[in-house]
Design a protein around this ligand. Structure first.
Ligand code: FE2
Ligand code: FE2
Length: 215
């Protein structure tokens, strides 16, 4: 399959996933939250995501032969640590402990599954393309909502500036490298896996952050 056609194909379920969140934005977007206690919980959970993202990007360096991808991974690892610094500072400002957080089982599963991907295209497709597209979509919903307080929007305005380029970079890499049937198939499956796991993480975060269930 030609690269362009392939990209369109793997982006379709990601965009559909995003649209499915429109009518009922999840706790992850902060929109349905009503107390600072709930908001701090979500921020702690998202701080954990930034740290795990840095782990994954950094951990893949050694097994990434493509020079351009390797460079981006190294930059991304650093950038995710900056996001982690912003969020942890914000949580401390509110008088809470940023790392007093136990990751949700679905959240652990999502990152461990991504960490287990072995090949450049499936990593980019599952982790960067699918994950960051959904995350950025939800950040935009957060920034537009009148129900989200300014103290939350502030760090995410900074984060979203960094993430602005992340949508197109993975696409370029996939255009360049996902050019065999095998690589395309692995990338397709990685996107599907990411979306299944992301859905469960969002549902768990909804229940846990809003005090409806243990997780
Ligand atoms: Fe980030
Ligand atoms: Fe990111």
């Amino acid at each position: 399959m030609y690269a362009e056609e392939f990209l369109e194909e793997i982006l379709a379920p990601v965009h559909e996933f995003c649209r499915s969140l429109d009518t009922n934005p999840p706790a992850y977007s902060y929109v349905p939250l009503r107390t600072d206690q709930e908001r701090i919980r979500v921020m702690q959970s998202r701080l954990f995501n930034e740290l795990r993202a840095a782990d994954l990007f950094g951990g893949w360096l050694k097994t990434t032969p493509e020079f351009d991808v390797k460079t981006t991974l190294a930059d991304s690892a650093h950038e995710e640590m900056e996001h982690a610094a912003l969020l942890s500072q914000r949580i401390r400002d509110l008088g809470a402990e940023p790392f007093d957080y136990k990751p949700l089982p679905a959240q652990i599963a999502m990152f461990n599954a991504m960490e287990g991907l072995n090949e450049t295209c499936e990593r980019i497709a599952g982790f960067s393309l699918a994950g960051e597209t959904v995350a950025n979509y939800l950040i935009q919903i957060c920034l537009k909502s009148p129900d989200v307080p300014e103290w939350i929007k502030q760090p995410y305005r900074r984060i979203t500036e960094d993430e602005a380029g992340h949508g197109s970079v993975p696409q370029q890499f996939l255009r360049r490298y996902a050019i065999t049937e095998e690589r395309q198939e692995r990338a397709r499956r990685a996107v599907a896996m990411r979306l299944v796991l992301f859905r469960e993480y969002l549902a768990s975060l909804d229940r846990w952050a809003m005090g409806k269930d243990r997780w």
